[in-house]
Design a binder for this molecule. Structure first.
Ligand code: DAH
Length: 338
């Protein structure tokens, strides 16, 4: 029967010699071998020492057990440290497996809606427009009041608008940027304003509660409806194809007079031939809007438009459901990698 002193001396020696053995290992195989020698379930040296615990006098077992457990713990830590320091195992005797699939590099892609916005911004830049931005959290006055919405207009009711409290809301369109820009810059002004807008809508195939719009505004002396039609037709000619026809239909928006919607005749390559697709709302800026922004409406006139690039991306790529553009599903989005 060993004495407690003998047991503790052996535990101590095993911890010391075991650590030296592990540190001597220069490969993962050698670390594994040291693990088996020291802690192996059948032949392990420390395992064998532990088995002799029961041979000690009952009073000594507690302190002996603590000592051998501490030694075991120290060896386990050393094993994993040394193993980690060795890095991956490379076996020079085994040739590389050239049939293994490679690790593909991720190729990012521009989102189809961003691509449409970039392209539209490029065309309008060539036509003399610069980019202007405004806040997504707006006041009622910028979003509605300054844009000539009467106080009881249905669009102002809570079912359309997401209110943030008090007088603040999430803008329902990019049109308030018209007012903010005209308060800051004196005409001539030609701006294009892309940005997120928010409406209290559920997601369905044709609606999203948050979506992008692009606003355009042109204010100068002597600007007429002819300029509106010429510029927007030229845009459609460049964005679609030279042969695309456009048409304007009268429509109502409180901040323009007269107001219109523009359709483009496009072939979606679905065998159904050409058809009219609505792409934007537009009109001559209402004098009350110019006055609200502090612009002399006797001296200046101008026109504005607003369009939805997601709708344009949908018609361009023949997408049946707007939600595809918001799902962040890489299998869908990677088709647009160029
Ligand atoms: N703000 C309108 C909307 O969200 C779109 C619009 C229509 C913008 C006519 C304009 C415009 O600038 O002239 O439905």
């Amino acid at each position: 029967m060993p004495t407690l002193a003998e047991f503790l001396t052996r535990a101590d020696a095993l911890a010391r010699d075991g650590a030296a053995l592990i540190h001597a290992a220069t490969s993962r195989d050698a670390v594994d071998a040291a693990r088996v020698t020291l802690l192996g379930r059948k032949q392990g040296q420390l395992t064998a020492l532990m088995a002799t615990l029961t041979e000690l006098p009952a009073d000594d077992r507690r302190s002996a057990g603590a000592a051998v457990n501490a030694a075991k713990h120290a060896l386990e830590t050393t094993l994993s440290d040394v193993e980690a320091s060795l890095g991956p195992d490379v076996d020079a005797s085994r040739p590389a497996d050239l049939t293994m699939p490679g690790r593909a590099t991720w190729r990012g892609a521009i989102h189809p809606v961003s691509a449409v916005i970039d392209e539209i911004a490029g065309i309008f830049r060539e036509l003399g427009f610069t980019i202007a931005l405004g806040p997504e959290a707006e006041t009622e006055w910028y979003n509605f009041g300054a844009l000539n919405f009467p106080p009881d207009h249905p669009a102002m009711e809570a079912h359309d608008t997401l209110y943030l409290g008090d007088d603040t809301l999430l803008r329902t369109h990019t049109s308030p940027v018209q007012v903010r820009t005209l308060q800051t810059y004196t005409p001539p002004v030609r701006i294009l304003c892309p940005g997120n807008v928010y409406r209290r809508d559920f997601f369905d195939a044709t609606h999203a509660p948050s979506f992008m719009q692009i606003e355009g505004l042109c204010i100068d002396e002597g600007v007429s409806f002819v300029d509106l039609k010429a510029t927007l037709s030229e845009f459609a000619r460049r964005f679609y194809s030279g042969s695309s026809k456009v048409r304007l239909r009268p429509s109502f928006f409180p901040f323009v007079e007269p107001g219109a919607e523009m359709d483009v005749e496009v072939d979606l390559n679905d065998g159904k031939g050409k058809r009219w697709v609505e792409i934007l709302g537009c009109g001559m800026v209402h004098p009350d809007v110019l006055d609200a922004a502090g612009i002399d409406s006797e001296k200046y006139t101008g026109w504005a438009f607003g369009m939805g690039p997601a709708r344009i991306a949908m018609s361009r790529h023949k997408l049946p459901d707007i939600r595809l553009l918001y799902d962040s599903d890489v299998r869908f989005l990677e088709q647009f990698a160029r």
